[in-house]
Design a binder for this molecule. Structure first.
Ligand code: ATP
Ligand code: MG
Length: 690
């Protein structure tokens, strides 16, 4: 599975302007996989989607808005951009997210369809039909109102991955309260600053949940967050999940089951303006301090539902969908809580980690529920690669028919593995006496992969293949989704004619776009709209290839300048990951006296190669440097390759290169508060001292 025919030219084409915002392209990835005829024939979205959107972009969105949502009052204007960059979509329309997600399906006779299969880490499970979930949301809406929460109030949600989290979000939406979900892995301080920023009246939490077989607590962090007076919170509503003892503050703390138990499951529906705020959510914090992103109702729901239907080729009557993202991230908001339910899909929610009680847990879940559509992140795929293919090979994954990726650029090697090992599985393999597994039957046409580029700020997919239309390419998100206009521009904001590499921008407003940064309109303009006149700049670099397909090359802050060549991190990382002993890698440019910057690579070895004596460290470094040179060119050869036990990642699983750059340049790493494991930087420092 080499990414290139090796020994291609050792020097990449130099950038025409010596570094004026364009980038050198090193990747030689040229594979592509058209959809099978059978897949294309049954696909929900065909090429006509692109044609319709190209002919009349706003007309297309108006059509889709009436297709995927029920409106009480129809909208009178599709887009009001008169106060740019503050957009209003579906102006004058009124709707309700919770009604669209639940009640209307029950009214349409689909009440018995399963909405959520909940799978707890300890192995408990519960299936919720649309009728049951709708009733519980109405009960929760009554409960929140009984606690004094009204339209426009903010509710902080600090929860594990359980059904009550979705119920809480939808109950907020039903009454028009604005939720602010804070990822359950965040500290008391992070929770407090988000509670203060939004002035939340209510906090919904749980005693805790289960992680790797042990109780993982949440309520103590809420107690700590609220210990200092001066906050806005009147009540803390606590779901009982792991049944551990928790401290209790009388009058403030209430059990979920007590409060909901007293409520009726009838609740009068109110309609909300299309632009009514739906939620606040903070970005992952990969590059710095998280920003409180504001999303509103109509446009957000329309674009999330349309993309969920088309990107994943959703057939709600038969598909079983599983998105592994935590609801604390935007992926969990758009593609767990909102879009799947708006679309009437059946989905799985899993509480725990992929490796408990064994590394095959995810694949066991796929087989148990017959998952047909799976949506996960490159970091998870690379972790599964590190554990080895014998793990998934032992399971029957034949139900899978669409695979999605989100969160980072996916290395071509990881993409191919995802396709062949997961998407190509047509039945469980056989276990051999020595513990190895002989793969089972393979599919003639592996499941298509959709690599979806988007952000907390964009709310929904922006660039992604359509699985029944696009010939997919390993490592490329490829095509703007119908009705979206993205561009790749140079330093001066000029589009490239033909192929080129520079900055990824969005030219036209889109329905699910952020409406601002909570409480800070100036920061919104400054952060996203000031780099290029009249364009939204997302902070990411990209290149466009000869076919017009977009390859996201990573954050522009991470671009390296090596002897006047501007190189992206992702291509070098992908070259390293294509070597059989490398499971993951992160590349940074460190200041260098001779070349300006030098490539420094951090790598994690596969589990096999980590065994004592399996590889010789000195030889490894030489091998990997030679491998990068042959895969993509001598200019990209890392000056140093450091084998480390782990890479610093945000809690959403993204590599934080900024901290590695500090290490490579001999500085103390800066703010690491959004790291998933705060000890990682120490572990790396220690492993480098050895
Ligand atoms: P912060 O903005 O605080 O630094 P963040 O950008 O990591 O945090 P998110 O909104 O969760 O927060 O992530 C969006 C970013 O993730 C994108 O800007 C991009 O860099 C990366 N990304 C997401 N999906 C893809 C993809 N399919 N291909 C390449 N990059 C992706
Ligand atoms: Mg970002």
């Amino acid at each position: 599975m080499s990414t290139t025919a090796s020994n291609e030219s050792a020097s990449p084409s130099a950038s025409a302007d010596g570094g004026g915002g364009t980038m050198d392209t090193l990747s030689h990835e040229h594979r592509s996989f058209p959809p099978s005829a059978e897949f294309a024939a049954q696909a929900v979205a065909g090429a006509d989607r692109y044609e319709e959107a190209a002919a009349d972009r706003l007309g297309y969105w108006a059509h889709q808005a009436r297709e995927v949502l029920d409106w009480d009052q129809d909208f009178t204007e599709v887009l009001d951009w008169s106060d740019a960059p503050f957009a209003k979509w579906f102006v004058g329309g009124t709707t309700n997210a919770a009604y669209n997600a639940l009640d209307r399906h029950v009214e349409a006779g689909l009440g018995d369809r399963v909405a959520i299969h909940f799978e707890g880490e300890p192995g408990d499970s519960k299936s919720w039909t649309y009728a049951e979930l709708a009733a519980e949301v109405r009960r929760a809406a009554n409960a929140f109102e009984s606690l004094g929460v009204t339209k426009g109030d903010r509710v902080a949600v600090y929860m594990p991955m359980i059904t009550e989290t979705v119920i809480t979000m939808l109950a907020c939406a039903r009454i028009g309260a604005v939720h602010s979900v804070v990822f359950g892995g965040f500290s008391a301080d992070a929770l407090r600053s988000r509670i203060d920023d939004a002035e939340a009246k209510l906090v919904v939490t749980a005693d805790g949940s289960w992680r790797r077989g042990k109780p993982s607590m949440l309520k103590p962090a809420v107690d700590a967050a609220l210990a200092e007076p001066g906050h806005s919170v009147a009540h803390v509503l606590v779901v009982r999940r792991n049944e551990q003892d928790v401290e209790w503050t009388a009058d403030r703390d209430l059990w979920w089951h007590d409060v909901l138990g007293e409520q009726s499951d009838e609740h009068e529906l109110v309609w909300h303006d299309s632009e009514h705020p739906l939620y606040i959510l903070y970005t992952s914090g990969t590059t710095g301090k998280p920003k409180g992103i504001l999303h509103t109702t109509g446009g957000y729901l329309v674009q999330t539902a349309v993309t969920h239907r088309d990107t994943f080729d959703l057939h709600p009557e038969t598909d079983v969908y599983w998105c592994t993202a935590d609801v604390g991230w935007v992926t969990g908001h758009s593609y767990v809580t909102y879009a799947p339910l708006i679309n009437g899909a059946t989905q799985v929610i899993y509480e725990g980690t992929p490796d408990f009680p064994h590394t095959g847990r995810w694949w066991e879940i796929v087989a148990k529920y017959g998952i047909t559509i799976m949506y996960t992140a490159p970091t998870a795929i690379r972790t599964c690669m590190k554990w080895g293919r014998q793990v998934p090979d032992a399971f029957d994954l034949s139900s899978i028919r669409v695979l999605g990726s989100v969160g980072e650029a996916i290395n071509p090697e990881a993409w191919m593995w995802y396709r062949e090992v997961i998407g190509g599985n047509a039945g469980a393999g056989t276990k051999n006496d020595d513990g190895s597994v002989t793969p089972g039957a393979r599919k003639e046409h592996p499941a298509p992969i959709v690599d979806t580029w988007w952000q907390t700020e964009t709310g929904a997919h922006m660039i992604s293949p359509l699985p029944g239309v696009t010939a997919t390419k390993p490592g490329s998100a490829q095509t703007p989704v119908p009705g979206i206009t993205v561009d790749v521009v140079d330093e001066a904001g000029r589009s490239f004619e033909g192929a080129g590499a520079g900055f990824l921008v969005i030219r036209d407003p889109w329905p699910a776009m952020l409406r601002g940064i909570w409480g800070n309109p100036e920061r919104f303009k400054e952060t996203y709209w000031s780099r290029f006149e009249g364009m939204y700049f997302a902070g990411d670099g990209a290149r466009r290839d000869e076919d017009g397909d977009v390859w996201v090359t990573g954050r522009v802050d991470d671009v390296m300048n090596i002897s006047g060549h501007r190189l992206s991190t992702s291509e070098i990382e992908s070259a390293l990951v294509s070597h059989p002993i490398v499971a993951e890698s992160a590349v940074v440019g460190a200041t260098d006296a001779t070349t300006g910057q030098a490539v420094v690579a951090f790598v994690i070895l596969t589990e096999e190669s980590q065994a004592d004596g399996a590889v010789d460290p000195v030889q490894t470094e030489a091998d990997l440097r030679a491998h990068v040179a042959s895969e993509i060119g001598a200019i990209a050869k890392p000056k140093h390759i450091l084998v480390v036990p782990e890479l610093p990642k945000t809690r959403s699983g993204k590599i934080m290169r900024r901290l590695l750059k500090d290490v490579a340049e001999g500085r103390d790493p800066g703010d690491a508060s959004t790291l998933s494991d705060p000890t990682i930087m120490q572990q790396i420092a220690e492993s480098l001292r050895k």
